[in-house]
Design a protein around this ligand. Structure first.
Ligand SMILES: NC(=O)c1ccc[n+]([C@@H]2O[C@H](COP(=O)([O-])OP(=O)(O)OC[C@H]3O[C@@H](n4cnc5c(N)ncnc54)[C@H](O)[C@@H]3O)[C@@H](O)[C@H]2O)c1
Length: 252
């Protein structure tokens, strides 16, 4: 097992990619803290891991709020002793142009997609430094590397994730803390269905369009999870500041 004795935090751990990653990290031996706004769904994921023989706790939290992030990190240190892996994955999308999006919605997207990563790093870096290093993985998006229509706040926020990952890697590399982004293409989760709803499009047609890429299908959450496991593990020991694209060739 590649992550034995590792202690991991996963935000958005109740959602599609987050849940799959919690299960994959636990399958590699990590103790997992499942963090999500939806505490009931987070508890269900933690219970699934425990039923399979793993170790997991659930923590309800709004990752855009510093008090919540502080509580998450303190709880994990109290329960698990330290933090070796942080997967900053919680994210939201608003399918709107500059004319359409209101300022509070813009701030909400940046709060969850960007500020939360800064807050987690602020509170988890001292713990990882004391532990001799760690791995932070941030969920970007193909739309952090190229533009997309009617998704201004999302594209801007994910571009920020990709570049703040590089800046974090520079700052914390000397402490043995690696920081990378994983950048999915369209993945079969609730978020895609939410997008179809926001755009007022037929869900099946929207999902069919998402499959229009070289591998001719959407991604499955476990396929992103496996990339995160690799970035979390020592198998990627010389990888930091990178933007790993996992998108069936969409960007290509
Ligand atoms: N699904 C895709 O096609 C796709 C593509 C590229 C990137 N992504 C990114 O992957 C990540 C995971 O998305 P997903 O597809 O699994 O979506 P999802 O909607 O299934 O999961 C997102 C999870 O984040 C949680 N969350 C939302 N706001 C939160 C907050 N303030 N505090 C704590 N938790 C919060 C939700 O409750 C949910 O469980 C996101 O960052 C998303 O932008 C997804």
């Amino acid at each position: 097992m590649r992550l034995e004795n590792k202690k991991a935090i996963v935000t958005g751990g109740a959602g599609g990619i987050g849940r799959a990653t919690c299960l994959a990290l636990a399958a590699e031996g990590a103790d997992v803290a499942v963090v999500d706004l939806n505490s009931e769904a987070a508890e269900a994921v933690a219970a699934e891991i425990r039923t399979a023989g793993g170790t997991a706790i659930a923590i309800g939290a709004d990752v855009s709020q510093e008090a919540d992030i502080r509580r998450v990190v303190e709880t994990v240190v109290a329960e698990f002793g330290t933090v070796n892996v942080a997967f900053n994955n919680a994210g939201i999308i608003r399918r709107s142009t500059a004319e359409e999006i209101e300022v509070d919605e813009w701030d909400l997207v940046f709060g969850v997609n960007v500020r939360a990563i800064y807050l987690m790093c602020k509170h988890v870096v001292p713990i990882m430094r004391a532990a001799g290093g760690g791995s932070i993985v941030n969920t970007g998006s193909g739309w952090g590397l190229k533009g997309g229509g009617r998704a201004l706040s999302y594209c801007a926020s994910k571009g920020a994730v990709v570049n703040m990952t590089r800046a974090l890697a520079i700052d914390h590399g000397p402490d043995g803390i690696r920081v990378n982004s994983v950048n999915p293409g369209d993945v079969n989760t609730g978020m895609l269905r939410d997008e179809a709803r926001q755009l007022g499009e037929d869900t099946d047609a929207f999902l069919a369009e998402a499959a229009d890429r070289p591998l001719r299908r959407m991604g499955e959450p476990r396929e992103i999870a496996q990339a995160v496991v690799w970035l979390a593990s020592d198998d990627s020991s010389y990888v930091t500041g990178s933007a790993l694209v996992v998108d069936g060739g969409g960007i290509a």
